[in-house]
Design a protein around this ligand. Structure first.
Ligand code: ASP
Length: 460
C-alpha cells in the first residue's frame, strides 16, 4: 500500500523496507542510542529522509537518525483509526448559541490514543464526541477557517477571522470562540481587538499547550472554559482564555491587548501584563476581577475595520546592534518601526543616525520596552530626549507586539504621521493604561502566594 511508508523517502524509506516494517508497525528498535519501543508514525511531506519517527509508550515522539539504527523488529501492526466517533450535537432552544471558529494549532487536532496519528476534531459532532460537557453549556456550531500552526497566522488570516466574527455577530450569535495555536495567540488577540470594535458579545480565544492524547492535556478544560465564557459572560471583548494556575483549578480571562505567552511549555503560559486579568472562570461560574470592561449587549452592531499596512517591523534592541539593521528597513521602504528598547526605552548611540534618517523619511518610529511591565519613560535621561527630538514616539505601556499590530492597523488607514500619532496614543481596547495596578506585577508574574510558600519552605 502506498501509505505504508507515508512521508518516508530516500534512506529512511529504504531502512523501513530493509527491516520489513512500515508506518503503524509496533516495533522494538535497537540503536546505538539504546532501545526504543513504540509505533512508527507517518511523516509530513516536507520532512527529511534521515529520520524515522516513533511514538513511544510514554506518549512522546522521537526522531531516530537512520544511521544509528541497528535492528528493527515488528511486534504487531494495526492501521490507525482516523475518525473520532461522531455524536450529534444536541440542540436546546433555551441554551445560548456559540460559534467556534477554528484557525489551527494543537487544539484543532486530536491524537489517536493508540497510534499517535493527528486527527482534526472540529465538526460539532466530533467535538461533542470528545468533550460532551460542551452540550451542557450551549448549542455549538463550528467552522474551520484555517488549519495552520500559529506562526503562519498573518494579515490575511487576521482579516479573514475578523470578517468571520463580523458575519456571526450580524447573524445574532451569543458568543464566539476562536481556536488558535498558542504561540502567536497574543498577536491575533491584539489585532482582533483593533479590527473588531464595539462587539456586543464575548470573543474568546482558546488553545492548548498539550495535545489531547496526553493525560495532562489542557485542551478539553480550556475549551469548556472558553465556551462557557462565550455563552454566559457579560464581558463583550476580545479575550484569551487559558489555564490560570499550574493545576487545573480555573482558567483566566485575559484582555486581548494585555496578554502574552510567557512560558514555552507550561499550561498556565498566558499572563496579563501591566494589569490584572479580566476574570476567572471555572466549571460553575465566571468571576470578574475587573469592573472596567465592555458589557454584553442585545443588538447585533459591530465595527469591522481590517485595514493593515504590512511594512511594519519590531526591532528588538540588543547591545552592539549595528545601524545596518535600521538602514535595511529604511531602504526596503518600511513605513513603521516599533523598537523594543532596554529599560525605560533605550538603544545605543550608533543607531541614532539611522533612526534620525528613518524619522526624516516619514517612517513612524515608536518606542516600547523589553521589560514588558512598566512604561517607556524617555524624559529621565538625556539620551531619551535626544531620541524623541529625532522623532521617536514613546508608546507608554503598550506591549511591543501590540504596538506592532496596532501600528500596522493604523498605517493601513492613514500615512499622515500626526494622525498616526494621535491614533497610536489613544487607547482603543486597553492597550495603554494610565497606571499599573497595585501589586499586579508581583502577583501575576511570580504568583505572590506561591513565592511566599516557596520561600517559607526554603528557609526551613
Ligand atoms: N506551535 C503551536 C501553535 O502555536 C502550539 C500550540 O498550538 O499551542 O500553533
Amino acid at each position: 500500500m502506498a501509505d505504508d511508508y507515508k512521508g518516508y523517502r530516500g534512506k529512511a524509506k529504504d531502512t523501513l523496507i530493509e527491516h520489513k516494517v512500515r508506518v503503524w508497525s509496533d516495533v522494538v528498535i535497537d540503536s546505538t542510542r539504546g532501545e526504543f519501543i513504540g509505533i512508527i508514525l507517518p511523516r509530513s511531506e516536507t520532512a527529511d529522509d534521515k529520520h524515522i519517527v516513533v511514538k513511544l509508550r510514554t506518549g512522546y515522539n522521537v526522531g531516530l537518525a537512520v544511521d544509528t539504527i541497528k535492528r528493527i523488529k515488528e511486534m504487531s501492526y494495526k492501521e490507525a483509526i482516523y475518525k473520532i466517533p461522531e455524536k450529534e450535537f444536541p440542540y436546546d432552544p433555551k441554551k445560548p448559541n456559540v460559534k467556534l471558529l477554528g484557525t489551527g494549532g494543537t487544539i484543532a487536532s486530536r491524537l489517536d490514543y493508540r497510534t499517535g496519528a493527528v486527527i482534526p476534531a472540529f465538526s460539532p459532532g466530533e467535538l461533542y464526541g470528545s468533550v460532551p460537557e460542551l452540550a451542557d453549556i450551549c448549542n455549538l456550531n463550528t467552522e474551520k477557517l484555517y488549519g495552520v500552526f500559529s506562526e503562519n497566522m498573518g494579515p490575511d488570516q487576521w482579516r479573514g477571522t475578523a470578517e468571520a466574527i463580523g458575519k456571526e455577530i450580524k447573524k445574532g450569535i451569543d458568543g464566539i470562540v476562536i481556536g488558535h495555536g498558542t504561540d502567536t495567540m497574543h498577536h491575533t488577540a491584539a489585532i482582533l481587538s483593533f479590527m473588531v470594535q464595539n462587539s456586543p458579545v464575548p470573543i474568546v480565544m482558546v488553545g492548548s499547550q498539550r495535545s489531547s492524547d496526553r493525560p495532562s492535556s489542557d485542551a478539553a478544560l480550556n475549551l469548556m472554559h472558553a465556551t462557557k465564557t462565550a455563552a454566559e459572560s457579560d464581558i463583550a471583548e476580545v479575550m484569551v482564555c487559558m489555564f490560570g494556575p499550574t493545576s487545573d483549578e480555573y482558567g483566566l480571562l485575559h484582555r486581548g491587548t494585555r496578554v502574552r505567552k510567557m512560558h514555552s511549555s507550561y499550561r498556565s503560559t498566558f499572563r496579563t501584563i501591566g494589569d490584572i486579568p479580566l476574570a476567572l472562570v471555572d466549571n460553575d461560574k465566571i468571576t470578574p476581577l475587573k469592573t472596567d470592561y465592555n458589557h454584553r449587549r442585545k443588538d447585533k452592531k459591530v465595527t469591522i475595520n481590517t485595514a493593515f499596512e504590512e511594512k511594519v517591523s519590531i526591532v528588538y534592541y540588543y547591545p552592539n546592534m549595528k545601524p545596518d539593521i535600521i538602514e535595511s528597513l529604511i531602504d526596503h521602504d518600511y513605513k513603521g518601526i516599533i523598537i523594543a528598547g532596554t529599560g525605560l526605552g533605550h538603544v545605543n548611540k550608533p543607531l541614532y543616525e539611522p533612526i534620525k534618517r528613518a524619522c526624516k523619511k516619514g517612517i513612524a518610529v515608536y518606542m516600547t520596552v523589553q521589560t514588558l511591565w512598566g512604561y517607556v519613560q524617555m524624559y529621565v535621561y538625556d539620551t531619551g530626549r535626544d531620541l524623541m527630538d529625532m522623532g521617536i514616539v514613546p508608546a507608554a505601556n503598550m506591549l511591543p507586539e501590540v504596538a506592532y499590530v496596532k501600528l500596522g492597523w493604523v498605517l493601513g488607514q492613514t500615512k499622515n504621521l500626526e494622525k498616526v500619532k494621535k491614533m497610536m496614543l489613544t487607547p482603543i481596547a486597553g492597550e495603554i493604561t494610565t497606571r499599573e495596578p497595585y501589586d499586579g506585577y508581583l502577583i501575576y508574574q511570580g504568583g505572590l502566594p506561591e513565592i511566599t510558600e516557596f520561600l517559607k519552605k526554603h528557609n526551613r
